[in-house]
Design a protein around this ligand. Structure first.
Ligand code: HEC
Length: 136
């Protein structure tokens, strides 16, 4: 969605003075519009933004499993900093639990699915990498 808006904005600018040139001149406005669209789309294609918007509430900003939305849950949201879990979890299962939800991999159904990621395999893969990078 943000991409579409960016393309539309870019196309409109191309018609006038050329995309790059104009973007430099009005970069602030274009950047702000793209940022708003990214937020509206639920994180856009940036795994860090997506995580912050959809996951941090339960898994915590840095992946410690200590987000406020998870404090009342049993079992607790996964602690991504846990090296033992990182070592045992398979990428494909992490990805499946993110897209289809915890129940799909035999985990708690309190872990919600994110079906919007079905059509965004690159973002799903990037999220797995983002979670991997939280290992301590
Ligand atoms: C409503 C709270 C909540 C939200 C929001 C949430 N999770 Fe979870 N998540 C959980 C809980 C609870 C578990 C633990 C499930 C279990 O251990 O049975 C979990 C487990 C996981 C697991 C581990 C599965 C495994 O193999 O142990 C991954 C990976 C994961 N979540 C990723 C994410 C990502 C990425 C997001 C954001 C797109 C997200 N979660 C959003 C609650 C949440």
């Amino acid at each position: 969605m943000d991409l579409k808006i960016a393309l539309v904005a870019c196309g409109a600018l191309l018609l006038t003075v050329g995309c790059n040139k104009e973007e430099k001149a009005s970069g602030g406005a274009v950047g702000a519009a793209t940022g708003a669209a990214t937020a509206a789309a639920g994180g856009g294609d940036d795994p860090a933004a997506y995580y912050k918007m959809k996951c941090a509430v339960c898994h915590g900003d840095t992946g410690g499993g200590d987000g406020p939305g998870g404090s009342a849950l049993t079992p607790k949201p996964r602690n991504f900093t846990d090296a033992a879990w990182q070592g045992s979890a398979k990428d494909e299962d992490i990805k499946k639990s993110i897209i289809e939800g915890g129940a799909a991999v035999g985990k708690s159904a309190a872990m919600p699915g994110n079906p919007d990621l079905r059509g965004k395999p690159a973002l799903a893969d990037a999220l797995v990498k983002h979670i991997r990078a939280m290992k301590k």
